[in-house]
Every structure is written in structure tokens, then in C-alpha cells.
Design a protein. Structure first.
Length: 83
């Protein structure tokens, strides 16, 4: 998936959370070890952090006058590396 946006009238109604949970389920089913994304300073960084994502990089002045944040979420593994 390249872009995901929830229209303003649907925000705060768990649609975004549900979409992200489903994306994680798909990633798990395809043996991914985690997911990453980027968001701009004026967008949804706090939303992703509430879902367990952590910032691993920042691009200053992109777009001009703002920052872009790169966030990741690694999936838990069982002892021995088995999920």
C-alpha cells in the first residue's frame, strides 16, 4: 500500500485503528517481521504512536518548514524467533 488517508468525517470513529490492525494482520500472515511508515509533522504521528509505533528517523524541512517522521512497529516473536 502506498497511501492511506481517513476522511475527516470518519476520524475519531476507530476506522483508522481498524485499518491499521487489518494491515498488521495481513503483514503477519505474509511472515513480515514488522511494518514501517512515514507521516508529516502536521499529520498523524500521535495516532501511530498510540498504536505502538516508534520513531526511527526524522527528515527535517520536508516539506519545507515541517518534518517527516519515519515510524516502525516490530511484531513480537516467541523465544527462538518463532512467531
Amino acid at each position: 500500500m502506498e497511501l492511506l488517508a481517513v476522511p475527516e468525517e470518519y476520524r475519531g470513529k476507530s476506522y483508522g485503528k481498524t485499518l491499521m490492525e487489518r494491515a498488521e494482520e495481513i503483514a503477519h500472515a505474509n511472515d513480515c517481521v514488522g511494518v514501517w511508515l512515514n507521516t508529516s509533522e502536521f499529520q498523524a504521528r500521535g495516532f501511530y504512536e498510540k498504536l505502538g509505533f516508534e520513531v526511527f528517523g526524522t527528515l527535517d524541512d520536508y516539506p519545507v518548514g515541517q518534518k517527516t517522521f519515519f515510524l516502525r512497529k516490530r511484531f513480537p516473536t516467541a523465544p527462538g524467533g518463532v512467531r
